[in-house]
Write a protein that binds this ligand. Structure first.
Ligand SMILES: Cc1cc2nc3c(=O)[nH]c(=O)nc-3n(C[C@H](O)[C@H](O)[C@H](O)COP(=O)(O)O)c2cc1C
Length: 338
């Protein structure tokens, strides 16, 4: 059997294969209220029918001021639970496991209201300058991640992922490019990790299921976090009981990136080996053969598929055909599957 279609377990949660729908913002909430719409249901359920093992939601805001746009999904109020619960029921009925990416955009929020970040530095010339977070803001934000995690549990998610990548709030604390604080949350890498560390601990008080963290493993800037810093963060996460590091890159500062197939893999593999923690590979992974090379060579434990799954919700079927693997059809689709 191919590794792509070999089940894998995180805590008590078994994924039927290693294919994860990568978190992708759809900016599709109708009333700027963060609630699930029929579009979201169709969009996510299609990928579950298409046999992705794990369907991960897009970045879902734990605070309204932490949205990238007014159209982002949210989990900052109890009223968000019902829609997410219904979505989970549908995804589960298709045999998929479900994950939610808990997020806060920090200085990358494109909102009319005040925005917040570790330091008062704008992302670029056309972005707003954020307010530097006070200690109270930091504590309230950590509490919001904890509350979001608790609501995610009530909504029936199997896995939680903290969004610590792409230059959003948690990443802004981690990076020396965006964190110029002089208190215990800034300066040394131990201090820059403190916010993430406290987020993880807060989430763990209300969540005992699998916990993933997405990080930017490369900031494409000579003054950004080094590989050594990234490995330090990964080791801390491992010690704190994080189950998997989802290895993305970039987004911290404007930088020119030249992506190529598997461009984020090298650091993903290094983190897996050096920090002895499971990793997820993502970034221009588009073929079954590519996933087999990654998984068979232990370069990652999961593959996250983004745009290829937007193009084709049945990407798992295409990968199975390419690898001469027989993939069971959804019962309703058996007559059309061969
Ligand atoms: C439309 C779109 C929205 C995205 N939104 C998110 C997001 O909400 N959270 C996140 O971590 N990454 C997000 N990403 C990045 C993807 O998860 C993925 O890492 C990236 O597209 C590279 O993988 P791919 O080459 O398979 O598309 C987004 C990408 C796309 C194309």
């Amino acid at each position: 059997m191919t590794k792509l279609f070999t089940p894998i377990e995180f805590k008590q949660v078994q994924l039927k294969n290693r294919i994860v729908m990568s978190p992708m913002c759809m900016y599709s909430c109708m009333e700027q209220d963060g609630k699930i719409t029929p579009f979201h249901e169709t969009h996510y359920v299609s990928r579950a029918v298409g046999q992705a093992g794990l369907v991960m939601t897009e970045a879902t805001a734990v605070m309204p001021e932490g949205r990238i746009s007014h159209e982002d999904l949210g989990i900052w109020r109890d009223e968000h639970i019902d829609g997410l619960k219904q979505l989970n029921e549908q995804l589960h009925s298709c045999g998929a496991k479900t994950g939610i990416q808990l997020a806060h955009a920090g200085r990358k929020a494109r909102l009319n209201s005040e925005i917040f970040a570790p330091s008062a530095l704008a992302f670029n010339e056309s972005s707003k300058t954020p307010s530097e977070m006070t200690k109270e803001d930091i504590m309230n934000t950590i509490q919001a991640f904890k509350d979001g995690a608790e609501r995610a549990g009530k909504a029936g998610f199997d896995i939680i992922e903290i969004h610590g990548a792409h230059g959003y709030l948690a990443n802004q604390f981690l990076s020396p490019l965006t964190n110029k604080r002089e208190d215990e949350f800034g300066g040394s890498r131990e201090n820059r990790y403190r916010f993430m560390s406290q987020l993880i601990e807060a989430v763990k008080t209300v969540w005992d299921g699998p916990l993933f963290v997405r990080i930017s493993t490369d900031e494409y800037d000579p003054n950004g976090n080094t590989l050594d810093d990234i490995l330090y963060f990964a080791e801390q996460m491992k010690q704190q009981g994080v189950d998997l590091i989802d290895c993305s890159s970039g987004g911290v500062v404007p930088a020119s990136i030249k992506p190529y197939p598997g461009y984020q893999l090298r650091r993903c593999e290094t983190i897996k080996q050096e920090a002895s923690i499971a990793t997820g590979a993502v970034g221009l992974i588009t073929t079954g053969l590519q996933t087999e090379e990654i998984l068979q060579n232990d370069r990652a434990d999961l593959v996250l598929i983004g745009r290829a799954l937007l193009r084709n919700p049945y990407w798992p079927k295409a990968a199975a055909d390419e690898l001469s693997e027989s993939l069971p059809a959804p019962r309703q689709y058996e007559r059309g599957w061969k």
